[in-house]
Ligand binder design. Structure first.
Ligand code: COA
Length: 158
Protein backbone atom coordinates (compact mmCIF):
# COMPACT_ATOMS: atom_id res chain seq x y z
CA UNK A 1 0.00 0.00 0.00
CA UNK A 2 1.32 3.42 -0.99
CA UNK A 3 0.46 6.61 0.91
CA UNK A 4 0.85 9.71 -1.24
CA UNK A 5 -0.61 13.16 -1.76
CA UNK A 6 -3.83 13.63 -3.72
CA UNK A 7 -3.68 14.23 -7.47
CA UNK A 8 -6.56 15.63 -9.52
CA UNK A 9 -7.00 12.33 -11.38
CA UNK A 10 -8.00 10.73 -8.03
CA UNK A 11 -11.17 12.82 -7.90
CA UNK A 12 -13.69 10.33 -9.29
CA UNK A 13 -12.48 7.46 -7.10
CA UNK A 14 -12.50 9.60 -3.98
CA UNK A 15 -15.96 10.97 -4.66
CA UNK A 16 -17.32 7.43 -5.11
CA UNK A 17 -15.40 6.02 -2.12
CA UNK A 18 -16.90 8.71 0.11
CA UNK A 19 -20.46 7.85 -0.92
CA UNK A 20 -19.92 4.10 -0.63
CA UNK A 21 -18.29 4.34 2.80
CA UNK A 22 -20.93 6.62 4.26
CA UNK A 23 -23.77 4.49 2.89
CA UNK A 24 -22.25 1.10 3.74
CA UNK A 25 -20.19 1.73 6.87
CA UNK A 26 -21.67 4.75 8.64
CA UNK A 27 -25.13 3.21 8.20
CA UNK A 28 -24.16 1.13 11.26
CA UNK A 29 -24.54 4.22 13.42
CA UNK A 30 -26.83 6.57 11.47
CA UNK A 31 -30.24 6.28 9.80
CA UNK A 32 -30.89 5.84 6.07
CA UNK A 33 -32.13 9.46 5.93
CA UNK A 34 -28.98 10.68 7.63
CA UNK A 35 -26.52 8.82 5.39
CA UNK A 36 -28.39 9.98 2.28
CA UNK A 37 -28.15 13.60 3.43
CA UNK A 38 -24.48 13.12 4.35
CA UNK A 39 -23.62 11.56 0.96
CA UNK A 40 -26.01 12.97 -1.64
CA UNK A 41 -26.86 11.02 -4.83
CA UNK A 42 -24.71 13.46 -6.79
CA UNK A 43 -21.21 12.41 -5.75
CA UNK A 44 -19.90 15.79 -6.95
CA UNK A 45 -21.96 17.74 -4.39
CA UNK A 46 -18.54 18.86 -3.12
CA UNK A 47 -15.77 20.23 -5.35
CA UNK A 48 -13.46 17.35 -4.43
CA UNK A 49 -10.66 18.31 -6.77
CA UNK A 50 -10.48 21.91 -5.58
CA UNK A 51 -10.87 21.11 -1.87
CA UNK A 52 -8.52 18.12 -1.80
CA UNK A 53 -5.82 20.06 -3.67
CA UNK A 54 -6.09 23.05 -1.34
CA UNK A 55 -4.99 21.06 1.74
CA UNK A 56 -2.79 18.09 2.60
CA UNK A 57 -4.90 15.22 1.33
CA UNK A 58 -3.27 11.84 1.70
CA UNK A 59 -4.53 8.87 -0.28
CA UNK A 60 -3.86 5.18 0.24
CA UNK A 61 -3.38 3.41 -3.08
CA UNK A 62 -3.15 -0.31 -3.70
CA UNK A 63 -2.60 -1.69 -7.21
CA UNK A 64 -3.74 1.60 -8.69
CA UNK A 65 -6.95 1.66 -6.66
CA UNK A 66 -7.66 4.25 -3.97
CA UNK A 67 -8.65 2.55 -0.72
CA UNK A 68 -8.75 5.52 1.64
CA UNK A 69 -8.04 9.22 2.05
CA UNK A 70 -7.69 11.83 4.77
CA UNK A 71 -7.56 15.64 4.65
CA UNK A 72 -5.37 17.81 6.89
CA UNK A 73 -5.86 21.57 6.90
CA UNK A 74 -2.99 23.90 7.84
CA UNK A 75 -4.77 24.72 11.12
CA UNK A 76 -4.49 21.10 12.29
CA UNK A 77 -8.12 20.34 11.45
CA UNK A 78 -8.70 16.87 10.01
CA UNK A 79 -11.70 17.13 7.71
CA UNK A 80 -12.72 14.14 5.56
CA UNK A 81 -11.20 10.81 6.60
CA UNK A 82 -12.64 7.74 4.89
CA UNK A 83 -11.49 4.19 4.16
CA UNK A 84 -13.05 2.09 1.38
CA UNK A 85 -15.89 -0.05 2.71
CA UNK A 86 -14.18 -3.25 1.53
CA UNK A 87 -10.92 -2.39 3.33
CA UNK A 88 -12.17 -1.51 6.80
CA UNK A 89 -10.14 -2.51 9.85
CA UNK A 90 -7.05 -3.54 7.88
CA UNK A 91 -4.75 -0.76 9.03
CA UNK A 92 -5.43 1.62 6.11
CA UNK A 93 -6.71 4.42 8.39
CA UNK A 94 -3.71 3.95 10.65
CA UNK A 95 -1.30 4.51 7.71
CA UNK A 96 -3.13 7.60 6.43
CA UNK A 97 -3.25 8.99 9.94
CA UNK A 98 0.48 8.48 10.38
CA UNK A 99 1.15 10.57 7.24
CA UNK A 100 -1.14 13.31 8.60
CA UNK A 101 0.51 13.34 12.00
CA UNK A 102 4.00 13.39 10.46
CA UNK A 103 2.97 16.42 8.40
CA UNK A 104 1.53 18.08 11.51
CA UNK A 105 4.88 17.69 13.27
CA UNK A 106 6.66 19.08 10.22
CA UNK A 107 4.33 22.11 10.31
CA UNK A 108 5.03 22.59 14.04
CA UNK A 109 1.34 22.26 14.88
CA UNK A 110 0.56 21.93 18.55
CA UNK A 111 -2.61 19.89 18.10
CA UNK A 112 -4.81 18.01 15.68
CA UNK A 113 -8.59 18.21 15.91
CA UNK A 114 -11.60 16.74 14.16
CA UNK A 115 -15.32 16.17 14.39
CA UNK A 116 -15.50 12.41 14.56
CA UNK A 117 -18.57 10.43 13.61
CA UNK A 118 -19.92 7.86 16.06
CA UNK A 119 -18.32 5.30 13.72
CA UNK A 120 -14.87 6.93 13.69
CA UNK A 121 -14.70 7.81 17.39
CA UNK A 122 -12.97 4.54 18.47
CA UNK A 123 -10.44 4.94 15.66
CA UNK A 124 -9.46 8.48 16.70
CA UNK A 125 -9.45 7.43 20.36
CA UNK A 126 -6.98 4.68 19.42
CA UNK A 127 -4.74 7.36 17.85
CA UNK A 128 -4.66 9.33 21.12
CA UNK A 129 -7.54 11.78 20.54
CA UNK A 130 -9.78 12.77 23.44
CA UNK A 131 -13.40 13.88 23.25
CA UNK A 132 -13.82 17.58 23.99
CA UNK A 133 -17.55 17.64 23.40
CA UNK A 134 -20.42 15.57 22.05
CA UNK A 135 -22.32 17.77 19.60
CA UNK A 136 -25.29 17.88 17.25
CA UNK A 137 -24.70 19.24 13.76
CA UNK A 138 -27.10 19.89 10.88
CA UNK A 139 -26.47 18.86 7.32
CA UNK A 140 -28.96 19.08 4.45
CA UNK A 141 -31.97 18.88 6.75
CA UNK A 142 -30.71 16.10 9.06
CA UNK A 143 -29.25 16.35 12.56
CA UNK A 144 -26.18 14.28 13.42
CA UNK A 145 -24.39 13.42 16.63
CA UNK A 146 -20.63 13.67 16.42
CA UNK A 147 -17.68 14.34 18.72
CA UNK A 148 -15.24 17.22 18.76
CA UNK A 149 -11.96 15.40 19.41
CA UNK A 150 -8.44 16.69 19.88
CA UNK A 151 -4.92 15.37 20.18
CA UNK A 152 -2.15 17.50 21.61
CA UNK A 153 1.12 16.87 19.82
CA UNK A 154 3.38 16.39 22.78
CA UNK A 155 4.76 12.92 22.17
CA UNK A 156 5.44 11.42 18.78
CA UNK A 157 3.78 8.23 17.58
CA UNK A 158 5.84 5.14 18.46
C1 COA B 1 -12.71 5.47 10.92
C2 COA B 1 -12.03 4.75 9.77
C3 COA B 1 -11.45 5.79 8.81
C4 COA B 1 -10.90 3.88 10.34
O1 COA B 1 -10.17 3.29 9.28
P1 COA B 1 -9.69 1.76 9.32
O2 COA B 1 -8.74 1.56 8.20
O3 COA B 1 -10.86 0.85 9.38
O4 COA B 1 -8.91 1.71 10.73
P2 COA B 1 -7.64 0.82 11.11
O5 COA B 1 -7.81 -0.56 10.60
O6 COA B 1 -6.38 1.53 10.70
O7 COA B 1 -7.76 0.83 12.71
C5 COA B 1 -6.72 1.26 13.58
C6 COA B 1 -7.19 1.08 15.00
O8 COA B 1 -8.31 1.93 15.27
C7 COA B 1 -9.22 1.26 16.18
N1 COA B 1 -10.50 1.02 15.49
C8 COA B 1 -10.78 1.21 14.19
N2 COA B 1 -12.07 0.94 13.94
C9 COA B 1 -12.62 0.56 15.10
C10 COA B 1 -13.92 0.14 15.50
N3 COA B 1 -14.92 0.07 14.62
N4 COA B 1 -14.13 -0.19 16.78
C11 COA B 1 -13.13 -0.14 17.70
N5 COA B 1 -11.86 0.25 17.38
C12 COA B 1 -11.62 0.61 16.11
C13 COA B 1 -8.54 -0.06 16.55
O9 COA B 1 -7.71 0.19 17.68
C14 COA B 1 -7.70 -0.32 15.33
O10 COA B 1 -6.61 -1.16 15.58
P3 COA B 1 -6.81 -2.78 15.53
O11 COA B 1 -7.60 -3.10 14.29
O12 COA B 1 -5.41 -3.29 15.53
O13 COA B 1 -7.58 -3.11 16.79
C15 COA B 1 -13.00 3.83 9.00
O14 COA B 1 -13.64 2.96 9.89
C16 COA B 1 -14.07 4.57 8.21
O15 COA B 1 -13.91 4.81 7.02
N6 COA B 1 -15.22 4.87 8.87
C17 COA B 1 -16.35 5.46 8.21
C18 COA B 1 -16.09 6.87 7.78
C19 COA B 1 -16.04 7.85 8.92
O16 COA B 1 -16.87 7.84 9.82
N7 COA B 1 -15.04 8.74 8.83
C20 COA B 1 -14.87 9.81 9.72
C21 COA B 1 -15.72 10.91 9.30
S1 COA B 1 -15.95 12.03 10.61
Amino acid sequence: MLIRLFRSEDTAQIAQLFQDTVRQVNIRDYSKEQVTAWSPDNIYFRDWSKICSSRFTYVAEQNGKIIGFGELEASGHIDCFYVHYQYQRQGVGRKIYRAIENKAWELNLISLFTEASITAKPFFASRGFVVKEQQKVSCRGQTFTNYAMEKLLTTELP
